[in-house]
Design a protein around this ligand. Structure first.
Ligand code: NAD
Ligand code: MG
Length: 399
């Protein structure tokens, strides 16, 4: 008989959070919600907690706590309401939970994701920014505390599925034997064919209109600039212990082949499927078994053509910046991510032009290079650099 897994969904009101709850609801015999967390939209959080009978919810502050209580239906016993960032990390490490879905957006999700790893949980990692900001620290915590790490980002989940494996999600300290390269696919986003001169006046709505995936607004903008793929290159480096020069990005507009692994003998294994995050999410929740996700069959004949092309780094400067940051080291990666978060937030708020996103990141990386070198051995070190990089990017008069 399968053991019941109690799951904490961090960032439950987001796109990944909603898809995770959809999969959990399909498997009441093996999956149960232990806790849900959200930063805003307390009404939605209350609906989710009601529907999933979550025993615990985590909200950011007392005002949010009150909004949650106001939204709670009369006559039903409310869940335990925990408040604040420390409560979030404590919940991720709670002995009453087995699995943590890390689906908060941005480096804000790092402390709780790290706490889950340090508590030896099964960590389903969607929050790629956590790994970009603190890859070394995070992977060490996973190893030292016997946590299980399952990548949820569709490309990394695809690669994980195509690598040789046993029944446990081992964290490698060197590239898997016989593997030559990892090939990450990217849709190219909504502006793949747009003339670069026309990008100047792009609106948030245009940038968020992804051709194949429905996602949160931040990752949608990142997909348009392809900084998302850059973050994923850094993520793949940490997850699979792969050097930057053995990770390649391929534009594949149809988003059917989710990524590929090339072996020394010339074999290339790929994972295919519909662009629906419930596939990688259910893979993570069910691992090592396969469980249903609600995703229908892939009709390849209807897809017709699968195309691939090499990305043009001049069109997508953010992708080049991420490769450069990975080669430069951890401090550059923290800075890249922080500056991007500030720039994307400013763009979404109408305060920054789309074409300035790479400029803000470039300026922040140059600022970081001028600083004396810092050690990044602890969460506090990483958060201090993250905050300084945000201040710098914000002070550019753009945010
Ligand atoms: P989203 O914006 O839809 O949801 C984000 C969630 O995080 C919400 O529940 C929000 O309340 C919470 N949150 C936001 N800021 C917070 C903060 N400061 N503290 C605590 N909680 C906070 O985002 P998403 O699209 O679901 O993406 C979540 C993560 O998954 C991101 O790291 C993204 O890169 C990654 N990811 C998403 C997809 C996708 O298809 N959406 C695919 C691959 C990876
Ligand atoms: Mg992805």
């Amino acid at each position: 008989m399968t053991r019941l897994q109690r799951v904490a969904v961090l960032g439950s009101t987001g796109s990944i959070g909603e898809s995770t709850l959809d999969v959990i609801a399909r498997h009441p015999e093996r999956l149960r919600v232990f806790a849900l967390s959200a930063h805003s939209r307390m009404e939605r959080l209350a609906e989710q907690a009601c529907a999933s009978s979550a025993p615990v919810v985590v909200v950011p502050d007392r005002a949010a706590r009150q909004r949650f209580i106001d939204a709670w239906p009369a006559g039903r016993t409310p869940p335990e309401i925990r408040v604040g960032a420390q409560a979030l990390a404590d919940t991720a490490a709670d002995t009453q939970c087995d699995t943590v879905m890390a689906a908060i957006v941005g480096a804000a999700g790092l402390p709780a994701a790290l706490a889950a790893a340090q508590a030896g949980k099964r960590v389903l990692l969607a929050n790629k920014e956590a790994l970009v900001a603190a890859g070394g620290l995070f992977m060490r915590a996973v190893r030292e505390h016997g946590a299980e790490l399952l990548p949820i980002d569709s490309e990394h989940n695809a690669i994980f599925q195509c690598l040789p494996r046993g029944d446990r999600a081992h964290v490698p300290s060197e590239p898997a034997r016989g593997v030559r390269r990892l090939l990450l696919t990217a849709s190219g986003g909504p502006f793949r064919r747009v003339d670069p001169v026309d990008l100047h006046d792009v609106t948030p709505a245009q940038a968020c209109a992804h051709p194949n995936w429905t996602m949160g607004r931040k990752i949608s903008v990142d997909s348009a600039t392809m900084l998302n793929k850059g973050l994923e290159v850094i993520e793949a480096h940490w997850l699979f212990a792969m050097p930057a020069d053995r990770i390649e990005v391929l534009i594949h507009p149809q988003s059917v082949v989710h990524s590929l692994v090339e072996y020394e003998d010339g074999s290339v294994l790929a994972q295919l499927g519909q662009p629906d995050m419930r596939t990688p999410i259910s893979y993570g929740l069910g691992f090592p078994e396969r469980i249903s996700s609600g995703v229908g069959p892939l009709d390849l004949a209807r897809c017709g053509k699968l195309e691939f092309e090499t990305p043009n780094m001049e069109r997508f400067p953010c992708l080049q910046l991420a490769f450069d940051a990975l080669r430069a080291g951890q401090a550059a990666c923290v800075t890249l991510n922080a500056a991007n978060e500030v720039a994307v937030e400013a763009f979404l708020a109408g305060r920054l032009r789309y074409t300035w996103i790479p400029r803000v990141i470039t300026a922040a990386l140059e600022w970081q290079q001028r600083q004396s070198s810092v050690t990044l051995d602890s969460l506090a070190d990483v958060l201090a650099l993250d905050a300084a990089a945000r201040r710098y990017a914000g002070n550019l008069g753009l945010a």
